[in-house]
Design a protein around this ligand. Structure first.
Ligand SMILES: Nc1ncnc2c1ncn2[C@@H]1O[C@H](COP(=O)(O)OP(=O)(O)O)[C@@H](O)[C@H]1O
Ligand SMILES: [Mg+2]
Length: 432
């Protein structure tokens, strides 16, 4: 079977590698150096639906797997389905769960999915008036896609007002700030919960936790994600059951009942508060680097799962695991998430990949003659499995030592919450 994987990150390399290992012929677009080792690389414009459809037709692929959110928000899945090409990823309307935070919050309210209390504003004056009279800490969120930069967790009223000015008046993220969600600030550890769905049934994957901040101790600016591990110990069986029954189930059912069934991946970002789990946001694709650790643990062949989800005939109800735990450590360019250099030669990839239980997925890399060089902020995602999170981490950090490039930056504390077990695991008794 010939499969097109759209995207250029470590998430897409992990998917492409797995499908290749399972015998699929993989085309990666626009891809990276790693994806080039498990298939053909083609050029494509991820901002242009016609470009993605044309490529799919030209390559005569039987399945398209959409990695990132932007093409889904543009409606690439709708356009592919119109051409009778199977696609793993939701329609444009279903993708609103991610592309509009206001839509997601109103949806949660309609379906009683536990989330922080909120208001939506389209006028800056009204948002400001609300913030001034509020007597509790708030979070200001741009409605639209803002590459993970449209959320301000405000420490005080001044910061909240500044955020409204930036998003709504100065339009720091363009139309994404046409409306904003203002919601109550919650406290607790964050976890990522994914399911694969065909629009009606769903298949839960292993819970994971990522690390968004650039520096150790969860300090520094937000990034695309500096590492992840699975399973996070704070997600007890009880909490997982709560998430499945109170969040995932009503979400999948609610989307179907509103005539916008969500097929593909549903990624729920949750905060485990003292009052129980609360949804921070939905994404409609796999998280990166969560995808890397989830796939490392997953025993089921991936291709049949993705295909069944794409074709509306998912019948498996649970997955099996080949590893009890996994950890992914992201190696970034010096300066990321700010400006950084590219074209820096990378050494030691082969010796790192030879280590037991370890795979090195490429993010921002490209081939330059015989050399692999850096081509992005996040460069590599070093992923290892183990008997537990500590063992997986030990392997991953060993592999990190094998890889060298000038300016190699990474966090040394991925999985710290699993080691110190500083977590609250209380469950809501009844209503959110
Ligand atoms: N209600 C909230 N209370 C506390 N922190 C929040 C809240 N909502 C979001 N955050 C923080 O902001 C981050 C980004 O918010 P999120 O809704 O996930 O948007 P995005 O990923 O699109 O930037 C979250 O990972 C979390 O750390
Ligand atoms: Mg998020």
């Amino acid at each position: 079977m010939k499969v097109l994987v759209l995207g250029a990150g470590a998430r897409e390399h992990a998917i492409a590698k797995r499908l290749h290992d399972e015998g699929a012929r993989v085309v990666g677009a626009p891809g990276n150096a790693g994806m080039g080792q498990c298939g053909e690389i083609r050029d494509v414009d991820l901002k242009n639906v016609a470009s993605m459809v044309d490529l799919s037709k030209k390559e005569e692929v039987e399945l398209v797997v959409v990695g990132p959110e932007a093409p889904l928000a543009l409606g690439v899945a709708d356009a592919l389905r119109e051409q009778s090409i199977a696609v793993f990823g939701p329609t444009q309307r279903a993708a609103q769960l991610e592309s509009s935070k206001a839509f997601a919050k109103e949806f949660m309210k309609r379906h009683r999915v536990p989330t922080a209390p909120f208001c939506v504003f389209t006028q800056p004056e009204e948002a400001e008036a609300y913030v001034r009279q509020a007597d509790r800490p708030l979070v200001i969120k741009a409605d639209g896609l803002a590459a993970g930069k449209g959320v301000v967790v405000a420490d005080d009223t001044a910061q909240a007002l500044e955020a409204i000015d930036q998003l709504m008046r100065k339009r720091a993220f363009g139309d994404a700030g046409q409306s904003v969600v203002v919601e109550e600030r919650l406290v607790g550890p964050e976890v990522s919960f994914h399911v694969i769905s065909d629009g009606e049934s769903f298949l839960p994957l292993a819970p994971a936790q990522d690390h968004k901040r650039a520096l150790d101790g969860d300090r520094g600016p937000n990034t695309g994600g500096m590492g992840a591990y699975s399973p996070p110990p704070m997600v007890t069986q009880e909490i997982e059951q709560f998430i499945l029954s109170q969040v995932v189930e009503p979400t999948i059912r609610g989307m179907a009942s509103e005539g916008t069934p969500l097929s593909g991946a549903l990624f729920v970002g949750l905060m485990l508060t003292d009052a129980g789990p609360r949804v921070l946001e939905y994404n409609v694709r796999f998280g990166d680097p969560e995808c890397e650790v989830m796939l490392a643990r997953l025993d089921n062949p991936l291709l049949p799962l993705l295909l069944a989800a794409a074709q509306g005939r998912l019948d498996a109800t649970s997955v099996s695991y080949r590893a009890p735990a996994a950890m992914c450590v992201v190696l970034a360019s010096e300066g990321y998430p700010g400006p950084y250099e590219t074209g820096v030669p990378i050494r030691g990839l082969d010796s790192a990949a030879k280590l037991d239980g370890t795979e090195v997925f490429h993010a921002g890399t490209r081939r330059e003659q015989a050399e692999c060089v850096t081509a992005g902020g996040r460069v590599l995602a070093v992923t290892s499995v183990g008997e537990n999170v500590d063992a997986a981490g030990e392997r991953a950090y060993q592999a990190v030592e094998h890889i060298e490039f000038q300016g190699k930056s990474f966090r040394r504390d991925i999985g710290w919450q699993a080691r110190t077990r500083q977590h609250s695991s209380k469950l809501a008794r009844s209503e959110p």
